[in-house]
Design a protein around this ligand. Structure first.
Ligand code: DBV
Length: 250
């Protein structure tokens, strides 16, 4: 079993338990993709698999899982709520490269600087954040322009220790996901047209940033080529703009 497979298995089991879950369509050719990377005895297969679900309040729940041997493992797992809920995004970026593990876990706010929003969606998470943060060193600088998209409960670490990932990070991932699903349970649809417009703008701002700055673009392009990569990013990983174009509304 690879490093992040237990994370994905846990997430899928919990989502089934707690939500009225339906599949989310994955464009043909993007369910699984593999390439042989490297030369001679360093050659490795790099396999990228995709998983997608939806529920009445959650537009897209999706995971990209990259498995390329001990020093290349990625699980990027994001939940995008429907546009008539003020719910944050659930965002996990769990990345293992030759240099070590890079872990980003957060409930990414729609309205970072709104105190009422923080009180509703960040303050309840801070005790969980503090429980795990003390065991995990701060991950260091990240792009300044990404700052508005993270909450004060952003768990961000770099570590060399597999054990830290298997214990603290895994426990944090489970707790954040439970807490997120509690928010989902409580969420009521938004009907006010100004609030709906604000939510759509905030979702688009987030989504455009992530699609444009996807830190995996270079890696995917090397493995699978430009055409596959751009289609994967815009047609599956960060697909809201496409869906709006073809008439999706909450
Ligand atoms: N990141 C993704 C997707 C990935 C992915 C869809 C499927 O959004 C992987 C794969 N993230 C990935 C990889 C790296 C990172 C790094 C492969 C390493 C890139 C490299 O070192 O070459 C959080 N992820 C990062 C970094 C951050 C995040 C801050 C370091 C980036 C850097 O130093 O430039 N999660 C990421 C992020 C947001 C988020 C930027 C913004 C809202 O939610």
């Amino acid at each position: 079993m690879t490093l992040y497979q237990p994370f994905l298995n846990h997430a899928i089991a919990l989502l089934h338990e707690r939500l009225d879950l339906q599949p989310y369509p994955i464009p043909a050719g993007f369910e699984a993709k593999s390439a042989l990377v490297g030369k001679g005895k360093h050659q490795e297969e790099v396999l990228t698999t995709s998983t997608g679900f939806q529920s009445p309040k959650l537009r897209q729940i999706r995971a990209a899982h990259v498995q390329g041997g001990k020093s290349l493992q990625v699980l990027n797992f994001v939940i995008f709520p429907h546009l008539n809920y003020d719910l944050p995004f659930f965002g996990a970026d769990l990345v293992t490269l030759p240099g070590g593990h890079l872990i980003a876990l957060d409930m990414q706010p729609l309205f970072r600087d709104d105190p009422a929003y923080q009180a509703k969606y960040t303050q309840p998470i801070l005790p969980i954040f503090e429980t795990y943060q003390q065991h995990l060193p701060w991950g260091g600088d990240f792009p300044e322009e990404a700052r508005p998209f993270f909450s004060p409960a952003f768990l961000w670490t770099r570590t060399q220790e597999d054990e830290a990932v298997e214990t603290h990070v895994f426990a944090a991932f489970k707790d954040y996901l439970q807490a997120y699903l509690n928010f989902v349970d409580q969420a009521e649809p938004v009907t006010d047209s100004q609030s709906l417009a604000d939510i759509e703008q905030a979702q688009l701002r987030y989504l455009r940033y992530r699609a444009e700055k996807d830190p995996a673009r270079g890696m995917f392009t090397r493995f699978y080529g430009t055409e596959w990569t751009e289609e994967y990013i815009h047609g599956f990983l960060f697909d809201l703009e496409r869906k709006l174009t073809i008439g999706y509304r909450a």
